[in-house]
Design a protein around this ligand. Structure first.
Ligand SMILES: *Cc1c(COP(=O)(O)O)cnc(C)c1O
Length: 378
């Protein structure tokens, strides 16, 4: 945290009053976890795994779902199940959390970075199209901060060019295009249940594949590649990416409250729009025809030079923020001199994620907005 503010390093920062996120565990979490402990079903078998998987599949409108140990292995599993590997190029936005890019490397494939749309911040389908080569095998769409990617355009492109389409929905539980939940547009989709995601299991993830053959392969790879017809016989190199029953117990309790979390997060987003009106910042607006789930309520400062001073003012008032993700093509292990990613760089330089947990309330948002107003009007 302090590393962003070298000049604040030596002075005393006030304690955090408003964190950027905190999980809410006030439902059936404790009762369900205690059922695991009382029954001794604490490992990766047990009733909560099945209940969480089927409840989650129903929630997103998918035929089936596979619970895994985190959102990063969910991506790794998805790419492995699609058979991606050395020599294959996978197009991925540069403006993203690093996990989907790392997953491309885990399977030995090559990430090719695509540009962001300046309005939605999501990957630009036109730019994706321009980066397709004979080696391209897949596209990863990342629904960033709860906003939906243009899945109609990306699905058309994937179909026309014979590419696989993966959706990283880690930040997009509750995000819809029309009535349809994201994660149901591509071949395979992944979710994360890290502590700051819209629902959490501590660490956890989910893989959702549309076709039953792909689903069965992902299921098999999750559990060490166990053969269907012979005990303790393995006929592919699999992984242990299983979720524990304890995590699934927490996940089921969280899922029961997902609609409530999402409704309250939407009210926060609306309150930010009202509270920041007239100030030199732009909120991350919902695209027409979609439902933004506002995982992280985010703003761009009009002037990039205002971004860090504003974050500093907020921190001095005990309010935690985050910078929008650094473009991955600028990180040392992925810097191969790719060009045409200036929008991603510009968004990253101007973007701030604001406190976004459901329990913050409109009262909390007002407090944050007052500090932002004071910063600009002083
Ligand atoms: C959180 C996140 C992940 C990874 O999830 P973990 O559960 O932390 O491994 C992947 N992709 C995106 C876009 C994320 O935000």
């Amino acid at each position: 945290m302090y590393a962003h503010f070298p000049d604040l390093h030596r002075i005393m920062l006030p304690p955090l009053r408003i964190p950027i996120y905190q999980p809410e565990l006030g439902g059936n979490e404790k009762a369900y976890v205690n059922q695991c402990l009382d029954s001794t079903w604490i490992s990766s078998k047990g009733e909560f795994i099945e209940k969480f998987q089927s409840g989650f599949a129903r929630y997103v409108g998918a035929p089936q779902a596979i619970a895994v140990s985190n959102g990063t292995v969910a991506l790794h599993l998805a790419l492995a199940a699609l058979g991606l590997g050395p020599g294959d190029e996978v197009i991925v936005p540069s403006l993203t959390y690093v996990a989907p890019v790392n997953a491309i490397r885990y399977v030995g494939a090559t990430p090719v970075f695509a540009e962001a749309d300046p309005t939605t911040w999501q990957v630009s389908p036109d730019d994706v199209a321009a980066r397709i080569t004979p080696r391209t095998k897949a596209i990863i769409a990342v629904h960033l901060y709860g906003q939906a990617c243009d899945m109609a355009a990306l699905a058309d492109l994937a179909r026309a060019r014979g590419l696989r389409l993966i959706e990283d929905c880690a930040e997009a539980l509750g995000t819809r295009i029309g009535d349809r939940h994201v994660g149901t547009f591509g071949d395979i989709a992944t979710f994360s249940f890290f502590g700051n995601k819209t629902i959490t299991t501590g660490e956890g993830g989910m893989v959702v594949a549309r076709e039953v053959t792909l689903h069965r392969l992902a299921l098999k790879l999750r559990g060490q590649g166990l053969a269907d017809d012979r005990e303790y016989w393995h006929d592919v190199v699999g992984f242990n990416f299983r979720m524990t029953n304890i995590c699934a117990a927490i996940g089921l309790a969280q899922l029961e409250r997902a609609d409530d979390f999402l409704a309250r997060k939407r009210r926060l987003a609306d309150a930010y729009v009202r509270g920041l009106a007239g100030l030199p910042v732009r909120t991350h607006a919902e695209s027409p025809g979609t439902t933004h789930s506002f995982w992280m309520c985010s703003v761009l400062t009009d002037d990039p030079a205002q971004r860090d001073p504003l974050r500093k003012t907020l921190r001095a008032a005990g309010i935690e923020t985050r910078p929008v993700f650094h473009p991955v093509h600028t990180m040392p292990m992925y810097a191969r001199g790719q060009t045409g990613l200036d929008v991603s760089v510009a968004l990253a330089a101007r973007g701030i994620n604001l406190p976004s947990w459901p329990g913050l309330g409109e009262e909390g948002v007002r407090e944050v907005c007052d500090v932002v107003r004071g910063h600009f009007l002083r």
